[in-house]
Design a protein around this ligand. Sequence first.
Ligand SMILES: [Zn+2]
Ligand SMILES: [Zn+2]
Length: 353
Amino acid sequence: MRCYCVLHHGQALELVETAIPEPTGTEVLVRVQAAGVCHTDLHLWEGHYDMGGGKKLTLAERGIKPPLTLSHEIVGEVVAAGPAAQAAGGVQMGREALVHPWIGCGECAACLRGEENICIKPQALGVARPGGFADYVLVPHPRYLVDIDGLNAAEAAPLACAGVTTYSALKKLGARITTDPVVIIGAGGLGLMAIEVLKALGGKGAIVVDIDPVKREAALAAGALQVVDARAPDAVQQIQQATGGGARAVLDLVGATPTVTLAMGSAARGGHIVICGLMGGDLTLSLPVIPMRPLTIQGSYVGTLQELQELVSLVRRSGMKPIPVNTRPLAEANDAMQDLHHGRVVGRTVLVP
Ligand SMILES: [Zn+2]
Ligand SMILES: [Zn+2]
């Protein structure tokens, strides 16, 4: 089978031909039908995260070393299963499924709570284990397969990351999303997904902030109440005005020094800021601001298997619209990564083997 792999960080993905893996134990073999390209794939390709102040966290420090097969947004068809997976039942050959990639060790306290996404020894597909830029992917257990009957494979794939990340983050904001507009910073794939998920959850609406006029236009087309240019000198005032005096709920999908600074500046007293983006940087904070204003600043990292199941059932129930998806052949993996890197992608690019 083909896979497009990171053999050296920062260099083009290379085509590697390997044998189709044979599932053992509880493993399931999935033939990839769609594999989304996410910003995290760019970080994994570059090999580091920007921690601010000139510091970098390398993937090697997180125990992740090439060769890497990227993509954690996978839809595919079940084609084989290990004996224990078959014994567990529910493994139907030919079944089309969305793969939950945020897999943990299964043994730590977080995993036992069902929060495998924050496991101390993560085994995520497309990160620690081979992902979807390949003809086939091995899934450790059938319980990570979520049925998508009736949904389009390429449109459903982004639910595994962009979808569950924004769903989990919006849930953290609680009931205020139904009474107050949510300020969404970043109108890339996650931003457009957040607008749709917010609508499906009965949200009041989204005020979307981005530096790129093309992405702001896409946000308006997706139903944003208002858009704000993050680089406008009065961006803070525009957000305060649009939210009637300050944002009660902010979702920062970029997670860079300027965006978090903007979020802090435009939040109302009692505001809640959830940061999902991993763009990087750092922040110096006057501590009295946290109790006196009083702000909640919370991180959110992808989502749990249960949240992905909830999201897929929400998509079914609400008829939630998919984000714009452009499909490309798997062989164009490098071009797709470059286009995302240079900000040329509206919505999501999904590779099809
Ligand atoms: Zn992702
Ligand atoms: Zn664990």
